[in-house]
Design a protein around this ligand. Sequence first.
Ligand code: MN
Length: 130
Amino acid sequence: MVSSPTTGAVILVVEDNDANLMLARAILERAGFQVGSARSAEEAKQELQRMTPDLIVMDIDLPGQDGLSLTRELKAMAHTATIPIVALTAHAMRGDHERALAAGCDGYVSKPFKARQLLDAITSALPSST
Ligand code: MN
């Protein structure tokens, strides 16, 4: 494993689809990140009371409260406002990227995604990157 400034950073993945969650976890762990996961907005908020990740990967299409609504909520709360959020958007949904950025997301990746696309978006959004 090549060391990088982001190695060891903690990422919370919020994704209700098991296949996408497992894929994201595998990619991020292989890249040296510590990974937490949540399958709904409620689970994400519970996790965020226990830990403060360096970045959140946020599926937009979640059951119950959706990822855009959760993003707006997190960006409005003092203890989570500065955490970068990378949205996972559905490729077929026109306008998803614009809606993600308007909600406060710091980047986005279209599903289905490949490792390089996810890692590039995360590296760009992490504050330690230049
Ligand atoms: Mn989903």
